[in-house]
Design a protein around this ligand. Structure first.
Ligand SMILES: Cc1ncc(COP(=O)(O)O)c(C=O)c1O
Length: 427
C-alpha cells in the first residue's frame, strides 16, 4: 500500500494536533513504518534523518537495543500498576536514580504522562504549598512573554499566546507577564515585577536558557541564575520547565546546571524515556514536599491514572544509565560546536535567513519571509523532507534538534539539506 493510500485512510479517521487539516498535504507528511537508528523509514522504504528528534523527544535514536531490552524485560513483569497510594519497584529505582542527578534539593517525584501535565502539577503544587502554610494571598504567577508550557488550560495560562492559542484567552487565568528572552531587558523587567508583587506571587515559571517553542529564543545562563536567586529572596517559588531542555539537549543534563539554578519545582518530560514512552515528572524540593505532610486537607489532590507507568520507568532508568555511560553529553558538545561552525558559514549568510540561535543541539533558524510568500517555514521544511531530512518549523523558524548521538556526517547532511532547501524555496 502506498503512502498516498495510507494518507487517505489517515485523513478519514485521524486528527493531527497543531495541524490545519485543510492544508495537511502541504506539510509533506511522511507515513512511518519503522525506524533504524537516527532514521525513520516510511511505508515505501524511503529514509528520513530525524533531525527534529520526533518533536524533541528522541535522545539516542530509535530502536536502541538496550532500551528495547529494558522495555521487553519490564513487559515480562508488569506493564503498569497504580501509584495512587501504592508503589512499584521500578518507579522507586527510577526516582532514586533521578534524585542523584536533578538540580533540586531533597527531590520527590510526582510522575505524569506529558509535559503539560508536569507543568499543571507544578502550578497546583505551588498554589497549595502556600495554602498549606496558611498564606492565602499568594495566588499569582509570574511568567514570561513567548513562553510555552503545554496545552492544558493551566499550562496554557502561564504560556503566552503563541501558535494561535490567544484564541483561548477567555479560558486562561491571568498572570503577571514580563517579556521573553527576545527582549534584552527581560531580566530587569521580571525583577521589577518580583519586587513590586513578590508577596502576591506563588511562583515564577520559566524555561531556563531556551524558550524552545518560541523559536529557540536564548538567554544568558547568568541572567537566568539571577532571576532564580531574586525569586528566592522574594520568597517566591521557582518553577523551572525543563520539558524541552532536560536530558542533555543543551550539552549538560539540565539547563539549570548551566545557570546555577536550584528550582523548587522542576518539570521534566520529553527526553526522560529517550523518546520511547509518554512520561513526565514534577520534581518537588524537600521543603515543598514537606509542606504537604500532616492531616487532611494537606495532601496533594492530583494524580493521573498512568502516572509512574512501569514500562516508562524501566526505559527511563536504562536511558539515564546510557546517557551517563556512553559519553553522550560529550558528543552533544562536539556536534553542537560543529553545527555552530557550519551554520555560521553556510546558513547565517543566506539572504532568506534573519537569525540563527543555538544552545547545544537546540537550534532555531529564523527566516525572513519578506517578499517570499506565505508559510515559508513550512515550504522550506517540506523541501528538506523531500531530500530525506525530517524538519518541522515553528512558524518561520526552522528548528534543528537532532538526537544527542547525532554523528558528524549527519550534521553535515542536515546543514547541506537545509542550504539546498533554502536555495530551492527562498532565493
Ligand atoms: C518547555 C515546554 N514545556 C511543556 C511542553 C509540553 O509538553 P507536552 O507536549 O509533552 O505536553 C513543551 C512541549 O514542547 C515544552 O517545550
Amino acid at each position: 500500500m502506498s503512502s498516498e493510500d495510507w494518507l487517505r485512510r489517515d485523513r478519514a479517521v485521524v486528527w493531527h494536533g497543531f495541524t490545519q487539516m485543510a492544508h495537511y498535504d502541504e506539510h509533506a507528511p511522511i507515513v512511518v513504518d519503522h525506524a533504524e537508528g537516527h532514521e525513520l523509514v516510511d511505508v515505501e522504504g524511503r529514509r528520513y534523518l530525524d533531525a527534529i528528534s520526533s518533536l524533541w523527544v528522541t535522545t539516542l535514536g530509535h530502536r536502541v537495543p538496550e532500551l528495547d531490552a529494558a522495555l521487553a524485560r519490564q513487559a515480562g513483569k508488569v506493564a503498569h500498576s497504580t501509584m495512587l497510594g501504592n508503589t512499584n519497584r521500578v518507579v522507586v529505582e527510577l526516582a532514586e536514580a533521578l534524585a542523584a542527578v536533578v538540580p533540586v534539593d531533597g527531590p520527590h517525584f510526582l510522575f505524569a504522562s506529558d509535559g503539560a501535565s508536569a507543568v499543571e502539577q507544578a502550578l497546583k503544587i505551588a498554589f497549595q504549598y502556600w495554602v498549606n502554610r496558611g498564606d492565602h494571598g499568594r495566588v499569582g504567577y509570574l511568567a514570561l512573554g513567548n513562553a510555552y508550557h503545554g496545552d492544558t488550560v493551566g499550562s496554557l495560562s502561564v504560556g503566552d499566546g503563541g501558535f494561535g492559542t490567544s484564541l483561548y484567552d477567555p479560558l486562561r487565568f491571568p498572570v503577571h507577564r514580563t517579556p521573553g528572552y527576545d527582549d534584552p531587558a527581560w531580566l530587569d523587567k521580571a525583577l521589577a515585577v518580583l519586587e513590586a508583587h513578590g508577596p502576591e506571587l506563588a511562583a515564577v515559571v520559566f524555561e531556563p536558557l531556551v524558550q524552545g517553542a518560541a523559536g529557540m529564543l536564548v538567554a544568558e545562563p547568568t541572567d537566568v541564575g539571577v532571576l532564580g536567586r531574586a525569586a528566592a529572596d522574594a520568597g517566591v517559588l521557582v518553577v523551572a520547565d525543563e520539558v524541552a531542555t532536560g536530558f542533555g539537549r543543551t550539552g549538560r543534563l539540565f539547563a539549570s546546571d548551566w545557570c546555577g539554578l536550584r528550582p523548587d519545582l522542576l518539570c521534566l518530560g520529553k527526553g526522560i524515556t529517550g523518546g520511547y514512552l509518554p512520561m513526565s515528572a514534577t520534581v518537588a524540593a524537600g521543603h515543598v514536599y514537606e509542606a504537604f505532610l500532616g492531616e487532611e486537607p494537606l495532601a496533594l489532590f492530583h494524580g493521573h491514572s498512568y502516572g509512574g507507568n512501569a514500562l516508562g520507568a524501566a526505559v527511563a532508568l536504562e536511558h539515564l544509565r546510557l546517557v551517563h555511560e556512553g559519553g553522550v553529553l560529550d558528543n552533544v558538545g562536539a556536534r553542537a560546536a560543529q553545527l555552530a561552525r557550519l551554520l555560521a558559514g553556510r546558513i547565517a549568510p543566506h539572504g532568506a535567513v534573519k537569525a540563527v540561535r543555538q544552545r547545544g543541539l537546540m537550534v532555531g533558524v529564523e527566516l525572513d519571509p519578506t517578499g517570499r510568500g506565505v508559510r515559508l517555514g513550512r515550504r522550506v521544511c517540506a523541501a528538506a523532507v523531500r531530500r530525506g531530512v525530517l524538519l518541522r518549523p515553528l512558524g518561520d523558524v526552522v528548528v534543528l534538534m537532532p538526537p544527542l548521538t547525532v554523528e558528524a556526517g549527519e550534521v553535515e547532511l542536515i546543514v547541506d539539506t537545509l542550504a539546498a532547501a533554502l536555495d530551492e524555496v527562498a532565493t
